[in-house]
Design a protein around this ligand. Structure first.
Ligand code: PEP
Length: 252
């Protein structure tokens, strides 16, 4: 049994290295033992955050990686560079990067590069709009098939899928997806993996992301039956993020 996994996606925040260090210190002084936590600061603040002492259930992750190892790729950071700098996880294919033009092909290459560098990819999938006929499920299936298309069956078992419906991102707790719908969708995602990859597909952890806050986190994880959460704006407020970690750490 895994502990629940909570990923903090700081996006392009905060504004200074000192603020980054202050947020990290604020979070790290009160981490409950019953969860695994991944902090994903902007790369430029990485060394500041990495200097803050952290317990063994807190890991560092990047918000993206490039698929080539090194060379003339201005502005990019490779998966092996991230690994060598202390990352354990990397978010890949976040909807905000897809909106900037990141293609399915790039995402599949990045997932492979992450696995080759022994990083755990947190692959983001999610529909723009929710429909009642279930068309969004076909869309999710295509995103999953494409993102994992370059992996061998045995490489599948320890990847993480973050299901983030785009329409639910960046709002307040009332506007997240309902735990009932999260449950239906997480069951669907687990079934896709088992159909595609058999036994290895059972090891995939499925997270939910989109307007997670202290008020809704327990309900979303418990009744949504997910393996954890990806948290955006609330992860920048240490007291709120600690409330989320504490509430989720108590879920059996
Ligand atoms: C995200 O964009 O990954 C995210 C989950 O954001 P928020 O928590 O702000 O909705």
């Amino acid at each position: 049994m895994f502990k629940k996994l909570i990923v903090a996606n700081w996006k392009m925040n905060p504004e200074t290295p000192l603020q980054a260090k202050t947020i990290a210190k604020g979070v790290l002084k009160k981490i409950p033992r019953g969860v695994e936590v991944v902090l994903c600061p902007p790369n430029i603040f990485w060394s500041d955050v990495a200097k803050v002492k952290r317990p063994s259930n807190v890991f560092l992750g990047t918000q993206n990686v490039f698929f080539e190892d090194k060379g003339a790729f201005t502005g990019e950071v490779s998966a092996s560079m991230a690994k060598e700098s202390g990352a354990t996880f990397s978010i890949i294919g976040h909807s905000e990067r897809r909106a900037l033009g990141e293609s399915d092909e790039f995402i599949s290459k990045k997932v492979l590069a992450a696995k080759n560098a022994e990083l755990i990819p947190i692959i983001c999938v999610g529909e723009k709009e929710h429909d009642t006929q279930g068309l969004y499920l076909d869309f999710l299936k295509k995103q999953i098939i494409s993102a994992t298309s370059l992996l061998s069956k045995s490489a599948i078992k320890d990847i993480v899928i973050a299901y983030e419906p785009i329409w639910a991102i960046g709002k307040d707790a009332k506007n997240s997806m309902s735990s009932y719908d999260i449950h239906q969708t997480s069951l669907f995602i687990r079934k896709v993996f088992i159909d595609l990859y058999g036994q290895s597909g059972k090891g995939v952890r499925v997270l939910y992301g989109g307007s997670v806050a202290p008020e809704n986190c327990e309900e979303l994880v418990k009744n949504g039956e997910v393996d954890g959460l990806l948290v955006g704006h609330q992860s920048l407020i240490p007291e709120n993020f600690i409330k989320i970690l504490t509430a989720v750490s108590k879920i059996k």
